[in-house]
Design a binder for this molecule. Sequence first.
Ligand SMILES: Nc1nc2c(ncn2[C@@H]2O[C@H](COP(=O)(O)OP(=O)(O)OP(=O)(O)O)[C@@H](O)[C@H]2O)c(=O)[nH]1
Ligand SMILES: [Mg+2]
Length: 345
Amino acid sequence: MEPSELRRIARTLSAVENQAEGYEQHLSEAYRLKRWADVIGITGPPGVGKSTLVDALTAHWAEGGERVAVLAIDPSSPYSGGAVLGDRIRRTRSAAYANTYFRSLSARGHAGGLSETAIDLVAVMSLFGFRRVIVETVGAGQSDIDIHVAADCTVVLTVPGLGDGVQASKAGLMEIGDVFVVNKADTPGAENAARTIENALAAAYMGGPGINTFDVKPGVAARPSSPGLAALRRRHGEPGADASTWVPPVIQVVATDGRHVADLAATIDRFVAWNEESGRRTERGCERAYAQIMRALSAALLAPYTRAPGATQWPEPVRGWIDRIADGEASPLEAARALLNGSRR
Ligand SMILES: Nc1nc2c(ncn2[C@@H]2O[C@H](COP(=O)(O)OP(=O)(O)OP(=O)(O)O)[C@@H](O)[C@H]2O)c(=O)[nH]1
Ligand SMILES: [Mg+2]
């Protein structure tokens, strides 16, 4: 890409990130696109090699001539003061390719919320002709982005010796992976770590890694035993009820030297294709749209009642209710219902 194009992309993304002049026009255009870039989410605990792997995957796809964009979400909390953004981006391999673009997004200070900003930026990246957008996010509850709702394929990373996958299941990562990666396979224990994840997956899935095909027999769909299992089946299909299902593969990778990164890329592509053919890409798009409408709607509904940061006065419509509740004359639920009905006191 020419420097002038890079500048134009950066300017547009900044306008959207900061909700600056003209950003709504960019969003209107982006959300009217018939097709977005394939969004690949890379998530996992701190330090497992997400940035290194993102760099390797970016180089792999860029080598094939694709335009690839990366969005790295910095989860640094306001308490620690945060990492230097530049530190979080590793461009050892992909920097050589002009058809790549990297952008870092601080987790702090987004008017519409981090998830919203991230999804909007992905949409706008699609506008600039990126075939893929890779999103890096720490998936241990430190960042509130729902990566599995935003991504067409979620890759969950772990490394040998992280407490045998206990960490991953604690953080809720087992439920969101379409593909699992044991990175740092050049260090001891990679085989064990992979087996542990495979065993955990075998408890929830039928069949072998990747696409499984079944004869569909009406009425055979088993009733899932838990909400978690029900969610997995919605995402990856149900034996007997769906013609094909996906069982998340576990791939051992060395991100630093690129070993098995091509296998991983091919597996991601297989999932992305299956996700589309099975109609689930559209379904996930609907889930994403629903979540976005809910967020926008609740923000709009709450705006008239929300106290501005630093304000000392209660907003006018709620003030009377706060006094009444304090005086023991009403309940918060009565107040909320009355406010929704347009009552002033
Ligand atoms: N031995 C080995 N080290 C690796 C491998 N991949 C990454 N590393 C190292 O692990 C460290 C962390 O890598 P990062 O890519 O920054 O990890 P990260 O998950 O992005 O880290 P955060 O963004 O801080 O959560 C670096 O020192 C990498 O060089 C690998 O395959 N093998
Ligand atoms: Mg990183």
